[in-house]
Design a protein around this ligand. Structure first.
Ligand SMILES: *Cc1c(COP(=O)(O)O)cnc(C)c1O
Ligand SMILES: [Zn+2]
Length: 397
């Protein structure tokens, strides 16, 4: 039995029945059409007293439970859908690896490139597939820069569900290959990711399916929160800073949701500062954080395709998260990204895609500026595998 109680609008705070299939707040999102950050994103509210009790019981009965069992329990009690509906392909539980030789003692790399399709996106896809299975929905559509699509394709294949993808034709080749090899229907868009987002919206209004466009369904955020629960279990507490490669701002929002949930269940009293790492040309959330005024990024053009977004879907949530967590936005350029990618690969054995390296590049900037102390506990979200985009590095090797 899930402890999920109801949806609450992140904007007007109206509450909605947890059994309904809804996306945006029916009031705040009424006039929404693609091309602006999503209004009225819904958040899942749980029965936190019962969660706290379930966790206390678990620890009492299993005082020696290892990290893996603790993670499993956390994911169970904080999931809006019962675990029985999840795909058989295991997602998450990614390692937290010491970042030795990268500048400070307590640096950790959360390597989500080890997920089945090679990226963090599997966390959201797994939950959306579970929701489709629970409701008997046979088809899921998504827009993607590449990773959300390859992820959805893999997890749908694992569950006998049809995946329909809208992705830019210039997405890295390996990601397009993944989509096809898993048997998804691929609609290539001669345009940007933002154009694909609009097409997927249109498709889902005309077809009987679930829409996995990031931030649109609240479970895309809930799925991503599992990484925050894992960090809590792996460190035994929450760190001081988490650096997050940021495009649409949903990983950022998902991590913040994990920590808000843990706080509401009184399982932590310490919250990390969340830091959004963005590519210079795709910096809408950084600018929003600085000025308080939302504006699209001017012209996203970066080697870090996974964070190349003009209109971040979760811009308003991300803005709130950065301010409430006492975090910040940091811009990094492609040269810094590629240098960080190479350094990570050669010093730690972790080969990540360019978007992920933005977290390390932003960490270097923060360290340089003296914002991070030598004894701080820091986690970098390493969100995708380097083999997904070898073109990005080939000229250099
Ligand atoms: C999607 C993605 C991101 C950014 O996540 P948002 O929720 O869009 O901010 C970062 N890194 C990788 C590898 C991704 O696939
Ligand atoms: Zn609302």
């Amino acid at each position: 039995m899930s402890f999920f109680q109801y949806y609450r609008c992140s904007q007007c705070e109206k509450e909605y029945d947890s059994q309904h299939l809804i996306y945006l707040c029916p009031e705040c999102g009424r006039d929404y059409s693609a091309g602006i950050p999503l209004p009225g994103i819904l958040e899942c509210v749980f029965d936190y007293a019962s969660i706290a009790q379930a966790w206390a019981d678990f620890i009492k009965e299993n005082p020696d439970a290892g990290i893996e069992r603790r993670i499993h329990k956390l994911c169970e009690i904080f999931s809006p859908v019962d675990l029985e509906h999840y795909p058989n392909l295991p997602v998450g539980n990614s390692p937290l690896i010491p970042g030795t030789g990268l500048g400070i003692k307590n640096l950790y790399l959360k390597f989500d490139g080890l997920n089945p399709s090679g990226s963090f996106k599997d966390r959201a896809s797994a939950l959306m597939v579970a929701e489709a299975k629970r409701r008997g929905i046979k088809e899921i559509v998504t827009a993607s820069t590449g990773n959300a699509a390859s992820s959805l394709a893999a997890l749908c294949a694992a569950s006998g569900i049809k995946a329909v993808i809208f992705a830019p034709a210039n997405a890295p080749k390996a990601k397009l290959v993944q989509i096809k090899v898993h048997g998804a229907t691929l609609n290539l868009i001669n345009g940007s990711y933002d154009d694909a987002y609009k097409e997927a919206m249109k498709y889902s209004l005309e077809h009987d399916c679930l829409n996995r466009n990031t931030a649109y369904h609240p479970f895309t955020i809930e799925g991503k929160k599992t990484a925050g629960l894992e960090i809590f279990a792996q460190l035994g507490q929450l760190p001081d800073y988490i650096f997050v490669p940021t495009g649409d701002g949903v990983i950022l929002s998902g991590l913040a949701k994990a920590f808000a949930d843990l706080l509401a269940a009184r399982m932590t009293d310490h919250l990390p500062a969340l830091i959004a790492a963005q590519a210079e040309s795709s910096d809408a959330i950084c600018s929003y954080w600085e000025t308080g005024i939302y504006q699209d990024a001017k012209e996203p053009k970066t080697v870090a395709d996974s964070i190349s977004v003009k209109t971040p879907a979760a811009a308003h949530l991300a803005y709130r998260v950065l301010h409430e967590s006492d975090g910040m936005g940091i811009r990094v350029n492609d040269t810094e990204i590629l240098a960080a990618q190479k350094m990570l690969a050669s010093r730690t054995g972790i080969f990540c895609e360019p978007a992920s390296a933005s977290a390390l590049a932003a960490f270097f900037q923060a360290k340089e500026q003296g914002w991070i102390k030598d004894n701080s506990k820091v986690v970098l979200m390493i969100t995708g595998h380097g083999l997904k985009d070898i073109e990005a590095v080939k000229d250099d090797t």
